[in-house]
Design a protein around this ligand. Structure first.
Ligand SMILES: [Zn+2]
Length: 448
């Protein structure tokens, strides 16, 4: 296939914008990026996908999300409203995750995947919880991802909050699914795995040891860290150490591990994250919604930590997350010089591509260049001021909207063309979730 007639933003380092160029795609990969006249004359018979003058970019990547959270939309939390983040966990997320059966897990993932395709998010790193449907839950999600055509990294969040047996089942589910991805190409190689842990505050010393012993060689961990200060207090009480130090002493940091949020970490913890090469993901919309504060992301970036950008289950609209990061740090610090657009692009483009790419190492991800995975979107944006490589991040923050995404391609397969989904049926998928929602909400309410 030849992708023609567009302005190509490659997101290479340094970034380039190519006009008059085409992209040749074969077997899921970009094989050539060359002048259009040259490719058209060399491949006159090739199928053509005309971008109609739109911008052509690598698909967006979400570094942390929860496919299981879809049924929370519109759900009433019994009064009084949660007063802080620990109460949000106890009154919203934990009773909700207990309400999910396998059917609900699939339906929740499917509606999230539809939204991701429509909004141009092509790779997602998921963190799953369904304590009454643990064994095989990652297969159910992998099957949904396979069906959608998207790319994802899956994990099950191990926790002690539902007792020993369910903690063990969570560990077994991670290990089983990691082994499965090691022995077969799940979803044609578009699904990878990592080892999920809920958060330090719901994990005992013993369970952390068991997880570390059970994790297959070379596998990292995906865990919420210091989202609220109670996580730090709990860690000090349990182990004598702050959370990142605790994970370090359990051998759980490293270049394959993902620390989510890191809102309340101290300087020593930032040092440990940088020194170990551990990834941090930042989700400012979630932080604002939960009222937990904002991590000192700029200090982390300056200290050499690879900070990435995720959604934490909010809609998979990565440019909304760009805008929130750009705005929230200015307000939080009362300083308009904080969080430059280049820092946001560093997180959302380069760091997300490095992190997600490490799970799909057979080709570069998140970049348009020969040899890279063919994960590509078209954006119908008409700049009325010059758009250059230098000012592109500001055009994205102030000009781009996910509604401008018209075409989404993953591994060379067109999943949406001219805003029409080609693989998934949104009405049917939303209809199925709508049929299931009353029973999920009923099981949720019955716990109060
Ligand atoms: Zn999360």
């Amino acid at each position: 296939m030849l992708i023609t007639n567009g302005k190509i933003i490659t997101w290479e380092e340094p970034n380039t914008i190519l006009e008059g160029y085409s992209i040749a795609v074969q077997n899921g990969f970009i094989t050539e990026v060359a002048p259009e006249t040259e490719l058209l004359s060399r491949y006159p018979q090739a199928e053509r996908l005309d971008a109609g003058g739109q911008f052509i970019l690598p698909g967006n990547i979400c570094a942390h999300t929860h496919f299981y959270g879809a049924f929370a939309r519109g759900m009433a939390i019994p009064a009084p409203a949660p007063k802080d983040f620990p109460e949000i966990l106890q009154k919203l997320w934990w009773p909700l995750d207990k309400s999910l059966n396998y059917e609900n897990v699939r339906a929740s993932a499917m509606v999230m995947l539809v939204q991701a395709i429509k909004h141009g998010t092509t790779t997602l790193i998921d963190h799953h919880a369904s304590p009454n449907a643990i064994e095989g839950s990652l297969d159910v999600i992998a099957d949904a991802v396979d069906h959608s055509g998207l790319r994802a990294v899956l994990s099950y969040e191990v926790t002690d909050r539902y007792g020993e047996a369910k903690a063990q089942a969570g560990i077994a589910e991670n290990v089983r699914f990691i082994r499965r991805t090691n022995t077969e190409k799940v979803a044609g190689g578009r699904v990878a795995a990592t080892f999920g842990l809920h958060a330090s505050l719901t994990l005992s010393e013993r369970t952390l040891n068991t997880c570390k012993d059970a994790a297959p060689e070379g596998i990292g961990f995906h865990i919420h860290v210091a989202e609220h200060e109670v996580d730090e207090y709990d860690s000090i009480a349990k182990s004598g150490w702050r959370v990142v130090e605790r994970l370090h002493r359990h051998g759980m940091l490293g270049t394959r591990s993902i620390v989510v949020h890191a809102v309340h970490v101290d300087a020593r913890e930032i040092y440990l994250l940088a020194e170990s090469g551990t990834w941090v993901t930042h989700q400012p919309r979630s932080n604002m919604n939960n009222g937990v504060g904002l991590g000192d992301v700029e200090s982390m970036l300056n200290a050499g930590v690879g900070v990435c950008l995720g959604t934490d289950g909010f809609s998979h609209t990565m440019w909304d997350e760009w805008k929130t990061a750009y705005l929230a740090h200015k307000l939080w610090n009362r300083d308009p010089q904080r969080m430059s657009a280049t820092n946001v692009a560093q997180m959302a483009i380069y760091n997300n591509a490095w992190l997600a790419g490490s799970f799909f190492p057979n080709a570069p991800l998140g970049v348009i260049r020969p040899g890279a995975h063919a994960d590509i979107i078209f954006v119908d944006y008409h700049p009325y001021t010059p758009l250059t490589m230098e000012n592109l991040p500001w055009h994205i923050i102030f000009g781009f909207h996910e509604s401008m995404v018209t075409t989404t391609i993953v591994a060379g397969k067109v999943l949406m063309r001219d805003r029409q989904l080609t693989v998934l049926d949104e009405k049917e998928i939303a209809g199925e979730a709508l049929l299931q929602a009353p029973a999920v909400w009923e099981r949720y309410r019955a716990q109060f």
